[in-house]
Design a protein around this ligand. Sequence first.
Ligand code: NAD
Length: 302
Amino acid sequence: MTAQKIDGKAIAAALRGRIGDAVSALDKAHGKKPGLAVVLVGEDAASQVYVKNKGIATKEAGMTSLEFRLPADTPEAVLLEQVDALNNDSAVNGILVQFPVPEQMSQQKIIDRINPAKDVDGLNPLNAGRLVSGLSALTPCTPTGSVILAKETLGDLSGKHAVVIGRSNLVGKPVAQLLLNENCTVTLAHSRTADLPAMCRQADILVAAVGIAELVKGDWIKPGACVIDVGINRIDAPERGLDDEGKGKTRLVGDVDFAAASEVAAHITPVPGGVGPMTIACLLKNTLTAFCRQNGFEQPPL
Ligand code: NAD
């Protein structure tokens, strides 16, 4: 079998287009646009790229993008004051503090401080608890995007056995909960799971969110499975030669051995171009949802 590649780029672009249409319809009807505030502390190169891309996508969707950049030595109290100011600003519907933050700051304290109604990362314990309780919640972006990809590919997920590898609050746990809400039978596997390959072989839907390059081998995949690879890992690519500075080039791979898994699975996400593009699309989706709820507007279906 040669698996069909799940085109996350195209699915994300279509979702962003629908979000843009909804934003423009709401603006016409009410004269208001959603506002997303992104706070970046420090100079981390990868975070700077993420924040820049989020700003571009936010504006492309017709939303207002606000960026706040604080120096790396900012005391935690100053960042928390910034969060309070954004919580109290009615032009700001969504708040995202780019992680990781410098070590003088507690990530959990920041997550706890963000108004749950503006928590577009979906990490505040109130939103996490609402998700577990099956109540409406702002749900974490990468997990939401992963489940949208599975639904776009398979349709109804009801009754399917989903195995999720990884139990972080950011990815693994919310993916498992979202799949449970789709009526999957869910197994949440992790670093202490006994016989992980045998567990994975039972999966109709396999979600890998570990952070170990090509951990999941071809013979771990159930024939005909749908594989959603969340992992982003940079590995050496000697076959690509040297870069301009004379250093060996690298490339991105997922947590799944893509070539081998493609021989067995029916559907698989590539890395890059699979789950990655869905994260920003779902951030915009959450911002639209937060905006509608804060203003009492009915959210157009996406
Ligand atoms: P994390 O380090 O917080 O969690 C990793 C999880 O993997 C842990 O729960 C751990 O129990 C499990 N694990 C570790 N070793 C294992 C092993 N040998 N076997 C089975 N399970 C094992 O990582 P995270 O934040 O959840 O991210 C996971 C991956 O997803 C990373 O590669 C990260 O870069 C990627 N990611 C991608 C996006 C995206 O936009 N596509 C967003 C967030 C994270």
